[in-house]
Design a protein around this ligand. Structure first.
Ligand SMILES: [Zn+2]
Length: 95
């Protein structure tokens, strides 16, 4: 049996939720999925405010034991380098 239609929380269009998800709120539209994900991240950051910091600390500690890892990774992944540089630039501009 096909699942009943629901209204997308973001754009208000009717959509048929994936049968594997009971509480799907967003349709398959790229912008709706992006907004839903942003909200989920926001809610995570509110619920676990120290998570980011803890993860960064762990990564830094790990990187100390493998000092060349990121340099090697960057030489093999140019698209990552571009994305990372852009992200760093944005963050610096945002202050
Ligand atoms: Zn939608």
């Amino acid at each position: 049996m096909r699942s009943p239609q629901k209204r997308c929380f973001y754009c208000g269009r009717w959509f048929r939720p994936d049968p594997r998800t009971a509480a799907q709120k967003a349709c398959g539209g790229a912008e709706c999925r992006r907004m839903r994900h942003a909200r989920a991240c926001q809610s995570w950051r509110i619920r676990f405010p120290k998570d980011d910091e803890a993860r960064r600390g762990k990564t830094r500690a790990w990187a100390k034991t493998y000092p060349d890892y990121w340099r090697h990774y960057r030489t093999g992944h140019p698209s990552y380098v571009r994305r990372d540089n852009r992200r760093r630039q944005r963050r610096r501009r945002a202050g």
